[in-house]
Design a protein around this ligand. Structure first.
Ligand code: KG4
Ligand code: ZN
Length: 354
């Protein structure tokens, strides 16, 4: 009999619930975003996020069950994001999941949010292990070799900002709207990526670690120079800065991916996270995968970004391995997937990077 799980996600600024089956069918996936609530603050405010999650979670669960045509009686287990993330939001989700599991007498499985992202290509495309996952979003940036539902090896990641965070900050300093990624990409279309000389941070250092904070500062300096010399930015200046910045991010991600694939010659390169929506970055990664003879996989955007279907799926995979959590399941602000890897420092505005 195939398993059917309810998934719950509330670790950042999206409240989400989904019903997913062990045969990879997604019966429903409901996501309630909070962009408008945080718009005035230039980033996610943890307290506002936690309150919004607490208000929306049960409605999302109700909607997800409703859309799936099932009731709790038809569900085999409840999977919930237990970290890493903004702790107030994670706690709201974990408390609700515990209540539902206790009330309905269902097994509870605590899921690592990053495992949710990392296992998504198995849900969307049914690929086998092992594969290489590049997670690039507003809060995450890391390479993972995935060997199983709990077999993650971290090959490298950002030592400061996540790339999406850098896109958001660059948009802000150029007066473009949030979220910055799509705005910068649109602006870059009319730009010359070669006009400004921007750094490719950490390419001179061996390995797969990355850095994006200096790149953002370089854009800030170039902007300030233009303002000092000509009193402001023309449309073309802004487009050229966006194109230059985007090309630098794409170059860094491509070169580090090349190294990761050569160290771990696996058959598939998969990407997840909002930044994977960027056409230039996607094309650069696709080319690197082709060079290495690997298949390139980018799940559909709504499953690349935060959602609960990935949590339900990761819960099913963990449940099959025998994972069961009790009422003592803890919400964890930090929770590295690869316990052997050296901990990364720094938490950006989008929460812990783990
Ligand atoms: O995965 P996601 O929805 O949320 C988390 O951060 O977990 O990713 C959102 C991030 C934002 O920083 C946004 O600016 C970035 O992904 N993003 C993009 C694009 N679309 C979204 N970055 C570059 N190019 C894009 N087209
Ligand atoms: Zn995420």
């Amino acid at each position: 009999m195939t398993l059917t799980f309810l998934g719950i996600e509330s670790s950042c600024d999206d409240t989400a619930a989904a019903v997913v089956c062990g045969d990879r069918r997604i019966l429903s996936s409901v996501v309630a975003g909070q962009t408008a609530l945080h718009a005035d603050y230039g980033g996610v405010v943890p307290e506002i996020a936690a309150r919004a999650h607490a208000e929306k979670l049960d409605l999302c669960v109700e909607a997800a069950l409703g859309e799936s045509g099932l009731t709790l009686r038809d569900i085999d287990g409840i999977a919930v994001t237990a970290g890493p993330g903004l702790i107030g939001g994670v706690m709201s989700g974990v408390m609700l999941a515990k209540g539902l599991a206790a009330g309905a007498g269902l097994p509870l499985v605590g899921v690592n949010h990053l495992a949710g992202h990392a296992l998504t290509p198995r849900l969307t495309d049914g690929i086998g292990y092992p594969y290489l996952m590049l997670l690039v979003s507003g809060g995450h940036c890391q390479f993972l070799r995935v060997d199983g539902p709990d077999g993650f090896t971290r090959l490298g990641g950002t030592i400061d900002d996540a790339p999406g965070e850098a896109f958001d900050k660059v948009a802000k300093l150029l007066g473009l709207p949030q979220p910055g990624g799509p705005a910068v990409e649109a602006e870059a279309r009319d730009g010359d990526p070669k006009r400004f000389t921007l750094p490719r941070p950490l390419l001179d250092r061996a390995g797969c670690d990355m850095s994006f904070s200096g790149l953002k500062t370089a854009v800030l300096r170039a902007r300030d120079d233009l303002v000092a010399t000509q009193g402001g930015l023309t449309h073309q200046d802004r487009a050229d800065l966006c194109a230059g910045f985007q090309a630098a991010v794409a170059d860094v991600l491509a070169e580090k991916t090349r190294r990761a694939l050569s160290a771990q010659p696996v058959p598939v390169l998969a990407v997840a996270g909002g930044v994977a929506a960027n056409g230039a970055i996607r094309a650069a990664l696709e080319a690197v995968a082709a060079e290495a003879g690997a298949r390139f996989l980018a799940p559909p955007l709504k499953l690349c970004t935060d959602n609960a279907a990935m949590i339900a799926w990761a819960g099913i995979e963990a449940f099959r391995l025998g994972q069961r959590d009790g009422m003592d399941l803890a919400a964890r602000p930090r929770w590295p997937l690869d316990q052997k890897a050296t901990p990364m420092l720094g938490a950006g505005k989008r929460g812990a990077k783990a």
